[in-house]
Design a protein. Structure first.
Length: 112
């Protein structure tokens, strides 16, 4: 969920006049008769940060909501798969085979 600042496209340190101007532009682009739900989000965002007292109240008492799907995507996102060069892979394979052979070898007894 977006913050009121993101919905109105203003910085957290914006002035009251800048917030009001951004609100009016958003309302102009999203009138209530076109999309009531979107308008309501914009209106509620404006009400929560319209002046210093409202911004302070918002900062103190609003609890951020987590979008589970977005968090899951961030947790599972792999930017780049690790690259293993062929010579390292061969060394790793050889080391693995050497260890396996050592474990499978029967212990040497003193009797022949």
């Amino acid at each position: 969920m977006k913050t009121p600042y993101e919905l109105l496209a203003v910085e957290p340190d914006a002035t009251d006049a800048a917030i009001k101007q951004a609100y009016l532009e958003k309302v102009k682009d999203n009138p209530p008769d076109r999309d009531q739900e979107r308008f309501q989000l914009i209106h509620n965002a404006y009400l929560s940060i319209k002046d210093h007292k409202s911004r302070l109240s918002h900062a103190l008492f609003s609890v951020p909501t987590a979008d589970f799907d977005e968090l899951l995507d961030q947790a599972l996102r792999v930017t780049q798969a690790p690259q293993v060069r062929p010579e390292y892979f061969k060394q790793l394979l050889r080391a693995g085979l050497d260890e396996t052979m050592r474990l499978d070898a029967k212990p040497q007894t003193g009797k022949s």
